[in-house]
Design a protein around this ligand. Structure first.
Ligand code: NAI
Length: 219
């Protein structure tokens, strides 16, 4: 018998709202940190206090996926984390390539834990022939001319773009032709404007800094 007493409100069209999706990584990371602290169960009140979200917000979010809390018990941290990991698809380990092995590309390739975030870095590419064969962590940089062969053999699902705006459109055309549908886009090229049915996460570190500047100036 289910101990879940909350009303489960599933989205009418079966789609999870973007704002809930954007909170998922934070839940996942936060629950992992709780486990590292040895916390195995937590009440929704305590979770909300620690995450600085309202308990009702947390319940609503988790209800989108079927609700995991048990009345009078709270949440089993490990179970909830596994459920959220399953929803994200963390274990699928999507094959990923990175293009542009300059300062930014090297930092991303070397310092990001891809596996922990649901991806596996398969290859790094750059147009500068001087970088071909240079070892980056466990991966040797390949020349971009190898992209087609590599993608046909390895079928990566995600491309990380760490190149300047110039040349980004041409590269995207190529990658989309090679069946890549998801982009983690650090280049300042606006992929979404050009293509349909492409999933893009744009990263603009500068925007985050500008937000901080605004907030600092408008305390
Ligand atoms: P960088 O000049 O150190 O590296 C760029 C690398 O991309 C070079 O190795 C170059 O050979 C390669 N490249 C250029 N065009 C290419 C192409 N069509 N195909 C394959 N490789 C290509 O520059 P850095 O500092 O790594 O920055 C890269 C880009 O990212 C810059 O345009 C910069 O504006 C942007 N950027 C974006 C940030 C963000 O938050 N979105 C933050 C920092 C930089």
């Amino acid at each position: 018998m289910s101990l879940i007493e909350e009303v489960i409100i599933l989205p009418k069209d079966g789609k999870i709202s973007d704002s809930v999706i954007r909170r998922l990584p934070r839940y996942y990371r936060f629950l992992g940190e709780l486990l590292e602290e040895g916390i195995t169960k937590i009440s929704s009140g305590e979770l909300s206090r620690r995450m600085k979200l309202t308990a009702s917000q947390i319940r609503q979010d988790l209800n989108c996926f079927g609700g995991f809390g048990q009345q009078g018990y709270g949440y089993n941290v490990s179970e909830l984390r596994n459920e959220i990991g399953g929803i994200i698809g963390i274990d699928k380990q999507i094959g990923t390539i990175l293009v542009g092995a300059g300062n930014l590309g090297r930092a991303v390739a070397l310092h990001l834990n891809f596996e922990k975030n649901g991806c596996r870095l398969l290859g790094v590419f750059d147009s500068n022939p001087d970088l071909t064969g240079v070892v980056l962590g466990k991966i040797k940089i390949s020349h971009v001319s190898e992209l087609e062969k590599f993608c046909k053999e390895n079928k990566p699902g995600i491309a990380i773009l760490c190149i300047p705006r110039d040349g980004a459109k041409e590269l995207c055309d190529k990658l989309i032709e090679l069946d890549i549908r998801s982009f983690w886009n650090f280049s300042h090229y606006d992929i979404n404007l050009e293509y349909e049915n492409i999933i893009v996460e744009n990263v603009h570190l500068g925007d985050s800094l500008v937000t901080l500047t605004y907030r600092t100036n408008n305390q």
